[in-house]
Design a protein around this ligand. Structure first.
Ligand code: PLP
Length: 367
């Protein structure tokens, strides 16, 4: 018997499903220190000190016990925060896990799932994992989402709002327009970045039983390392997610994650202050990038999506990397000349702008 070792019979023992997968490629988490890391939309400010204290307090002998499988305390906290009931709240190990359960439990139907041609690149990956048929709907020329392109037979609709990686925001009126015309399938709004400039659609869940809103504590609450995500919607949608979750992993949130996440929602003052700091930095960054000649899409997120009319994006990203600044570049149709740059703190943004200024001057000197 031969052991699989060549590209052609890669994965000798793999199941057919595994052979067919094209996994998501997360942004680089470099091992090197002192890099200006603006590639994965993490928050430049640390989590609330109250979060750290709550996690410390949870570090005890109790770790020998399983956590609450339903994370009731966290669900209640989120329910209070958004003025809904705990039965309308689902929590998971990062919103990526929540989204996986959403695809598995709510979006797999005989008609194709719809999402924009440019959006979170994990969506087609989940479709591959769960065998979901999908169709992409092109964004407008200016990268905004045209809701009028969506009302048609579908097995569900999902988009990020603000969208990723563009940062463009769809108004609540736009979402409601679509909900009025799409009653027979679930509409999922992925609000990973909503706290940086949009209005959450959560208040609409009481009126639209097919609306599911997902959020994460990774971005606006600085807890990417803790892995907590959530969904809010009609209890029937939440029950579907619970059924999937309890058929997969009963304890997706550990004791530390539950304690930290509760404290993150409770410390409203810290949340508000750091959120406003990121928003203020974004305004400064957008103006400075425009000053360097970049076209910058209007962003409601903690990143900006920018292209230089005369400079190749891949080359810019490589030159930035040589100067220890990392940003994200997607080699994908329509957006290959864009860079997605996370809004850092003022020092990180200054380092990015200094490096870009140098790179642009050097190239100009060679022209
Ligand atoms: C970051 C991100 C997520 C995932 O967040 P986690 O909670 O860290 O898994 C989901 N959707 C979008 C659009 C994101 O950018």
């Amino acid at each position: 018997m031969r052991i699989a070792n060549s590209k052609t019979d890669h994965g000798h023992y793999w199941s057919p499903v595994t052979r067919r997968l094209t996994p998501y490629v997360p942004g680089e988490q470099p091992k090197l220190g002192n890099l200006v890391k603006l590639n994965t939309n993490e928050n430049p400010y640390g989590p609330s000190p109250r979060v750290l204290a709550a996690i410390q307090a949870e570090l005890s002998d109790n770790l020998r016990l399983y956590p609450d499988p339903n994370a009731e305390r966290l669900k209640q906290t989120i329910a209070d925060y958004y003025d809904v009931t705990p039965a309308q709240v689902f929590v998971g190990n990062g919103s990526d896990e929540v989204l996986a359960h959403v695809f598995h439990g709510l979006l797999q139907h005989s008609t194709p799932l719809l999402f924009p041609d440019i959006t979170y690149s994990f969506y087609p990956v989940y479709c591959g994992l769960y065998g979901i048929d999908f169709a992409t709907v092109p964004l407008a020329e200016d990268f905004t989402l045209r809701v009028a392109d969506y009302p048609r037979p579908n097995g569900g609709i999902i988009f990020a709002n603000p969208n990723a990686p563009t940062g463009c925001l769809l108004s609540l009126a736009g979402i409601e327009w679509l909900l009025e015309r799409n009653r027979d399938s679930v509409l999922v709004v992925d609000e990973a970045y909503i706290d940086f400039g949009g209005e959450t659609a959560i208040p609409l869940v009481d009126r639209y039983p097919n609306l599911l809103v997902t959020q994460t504590l990774s971005k606006s609450r600085s807890l990417a390392g803790l892995r907590v995500g959530l969904a809010v919607g009609h209890p029937e949608l939440i029950e579907a997610l619970e059924r999937i979750k309890n058929s997969f992993n009963s304890y997706p949130l550990d004791r530390l994650a539950i304690a930290g996440a509760v404290a993150a929602f409770e410390d409203r003052e810290y949340f508000e202050r750091t959120r406003q700091a990121v928003i203020a930095s974004r305004t400064t960054l957008v103006a400075a990038l425009a000053g360097l000649g970049f076209d910058v899409l209007p962003s409601a997120a903690n990143f900006v999506f920018a292209r230089h009319p005369r400079r190749d994006a891949a080359a810019l990203a490589a030159a930035l990397r040589e100067r220890h600044v990392i940003v994200r570049h997607f080699r994908l149709p329509r957006i290959e000349q864009f860079l997605r740059i996370t809004v850092g703190n003022p020092e990180q943004n200054a380092a990015l702008l200094a490096a870009l200024g140098q790179i642009l001057r050097e190239v100009e000197a060679c022209d």
